[in-house]
Design a protein around this ligand. Structure first.
Ligand SMILES: Nc1ncnc2c1ncn2[C@@H]1O[C@H](COP(=O)(O)OP(=O)(O)OP(=O)(O)O)[C@@H](O)[C@H]1O
Ligand SMILES: [Mg+2]
Length: 503
């Protein structure tokens, strides 16, 4: 635990950053004490990642200065940041999949030379750091063989290998499950015990309180304040972030349930085995389970993204034999994928082109008809989901993480699917915008859509779903009905404590 009189490690002094007309940071000043876990929170687009990128030497500073140990410093390159003992684990894990774990750790350091002997030395060099983050992996294995959580741990190991004094974690848990979060928090605590300072960015309030000593709030690029977490409660903190109180974040899920929309029977692919369940109009069915339990694979099987070995997908009474995802889309099935960087968006295209990409493929109109359609759609979603962008023509790669996610959500909603498959739909989305997305899911369900949602956020999935199918080892272990939806039940079945029961 940090103490009140711990020295100040890092100060942001009137830090300013502008991207064209967008003022991303407007005279932000606060300090981080040595050895504390300092949380940084704020809505999507508030400026959190920008501040961190300035600290990491990835962005230049337009005004103000940084001080380390009381002295002004110039950090203009990532190498300079590393020399000051600063390491950043970014929001979108920035590893090289085709390199080995060891190569990823030494990348950018003098040990990244080639040659067999160097390789062997590197394996030995990285082993203790992998151990410190609890990773039991072969350093020569390719990065692509790891889960997202493991990749993140590798990046923390990399920070340790560089002797970091300050480690910044930008939304590290957005794609982790409960257990992985638990492991990460143990690692953060051990870092703190060793006197390493942690700056922690997250949209999950309960995490902030579990792990943080102090919290700083940014809003619209401005500094709102810094508090001891023991002196401010969640509701007060949300008001600081969003500027209003948030009540009834989750909509009332007692919707009229209509006829059967979708039935999967004995669905079997390389990764899942004999999965069966149904989905009705107006229903939200949750797929819960540990990472690797096959939740994403069930969605992919329905969407014809993976080859079906056995089993059938029945849409409104008719058995489908879908040949590809495009075929699935034509039948009114949409899939919002988990990894937006890889499958969701095209960074260099505009917000508009990303949102209308599918719609215009399905509704081949030409000339001004199409343009009018596209414009209306884009305006609708920018308003409805409060997408923060200077214009519809902005390249999506320049939006904040949460706003990119909103663009992907819009793309799928624009084609009004009958069935929407959502894989971690609110990852990286701020508390206010989450509420917007929940309302939207509820409204679409009331209009007759059926929704299947995968989420590692237990509270979210329980509050959104009418029923939850719990997956374990590729199988649907149990369907929990409305009165059985509790965190304990989901965890019990997901972890196999009640192994005797079947769905
Ligand atoms: N390279 C860039 N070019 C143009 N605008 C940018 C760029 N990077 C960030 N911005 C803008 O700066 C503002 C702050 O973005 P930033 O990524 O720092 O937000 P954030 O607080 O990290 O949000 P999130 O919670 O969604 O990750 C946003 O309006 C964003 O669109
Ligand atoms: Mg960010």
């Amino acid at each position: 635990m940090f103490k009140m009189n711990d020295p100040i490690l890092l100060e942001f002094c009137r830090v300013r950053k502008q991207f064209g007309p967008v003022i991303a940071l407007n005279d932000v000043s606060f300090s981080v004490r040595a050895g504390e876990v300092h949380c940084l929170v704020g809505e999507n687009g508030a400026g959190k990642s920008t501040l961190i990128k300035i600290l990491a030497g990835a962005y230049s500073i337009d005004g103000g200065e940084l001080r380390i140990d009381g002295k002004p410093v110039r950090i203009e390159t990532p190498a300079q940041a590393a020399a000051y003992g600063i390491s950043v684990v970014y929001q979108d894990v920035t590893n090289v999949d085709k390199l080995s774990i060891a190569d990823n750790i030494v990348l950018g350091s003098e040990n990244s030379r080639f040659g067999f002997n160097q390789k062997k030395k590197n394996y030995e060099f990285v082993r203790p750091f992998l151990q410190q983050v609890g990773l039991e992996v072969d350093p020569s294995a390719l990065m692509e063989t790891l889960s997202i959580a493991q990749k993140q741990m590798v990046m923390i190991a990399k920070a340790l290998s560089k002797n970091a004094r300050l480690i910044v974690l930008d939304e590290p848990t957005a794609m982790l499950n409960e257990q992985e979060v638990h492991t990460l928090f143990q690692i953060i605590c051990s870092l703190r015990d060793r006197g390493i300072t942690v700056v922690y960015i997250s949209h999950r309030m309960e995490e902030i309180y579990r792990i943080g000593d102090r919290v700083t709030v940014l809003k619209d690029g401005g500094y709102v304040g810094t508090w001891d977490l023991s002196s401010i409660d969640t509701q007060q903190l949300i008001v600081k972030m969003v500027g209003r109180e948030l009540h009834d974040v989750y909509p009332d899920k007692n919707r009229p349930i209509g006829k059967e929309l979708l039935r999967v029977e004995n669905l079997t692919t390389e990764k899942i085995d004999g999965v069966s369940f149904t989905l009705h109009e107006g229903e939200v069915v949750g797929l819960a389970g540990l990472v690797g339990s096959g939740r994403t694979e069930v969605l992919r099987a329905i969407f014809a993204a993976d080859k079906l070995y056995r089993g059938k997908v029945v849409l409104e009474g008719n058995e489908l034999s879908l040949s590809s995802p495009i075929d699935a889309i034509r039948h009114g099935i949409g899939l919002l994928p988990e990894e937006r960087k890889r499958q969701g968006i095209v960074n260099c295209l505009s917000v508009k082109d990303n949102i209308t990409m599918l719609y215009s493929q399905l509704h081949a109109k030409c000339g001004f008809l199409r343009k009018a359609d596209d414009d209306a759609i884009v305006r609708h979603y920018i308003d409805e989901l409060h997408i923060k962008t200077p214009s519809a023509m902005q390249a999506v790669g320049n939006l904040s993480g949460g706003n990119q996610q909103k663009v992907v959500v819009s793309k799928w909603l624009s084609i009004s699917p009958r069935i929407l498959l959502l894989d971690e739909p609110t990852q990286g989305i701020d508390v206010g915008a989450k509420a917007d997305i929940y309302q939207l899911i509820d409204r679409l369900a009331r209009e007759g859509m059926g929704v299947i949602v995968v989420s590692s956020d237990l509270i979210e999935i329980i509050n959104l779903s009418n029923r939850i199918v719990v997956m374990r080892d590729g199988q649907a272990i149990k369907t929990l009905e409305s009165d059985e939806l509790t965190e304990e039940n989901v965890m019990l079945y997901a972890m196999g404590v009640n192994a005797d029961e079947k769905a």
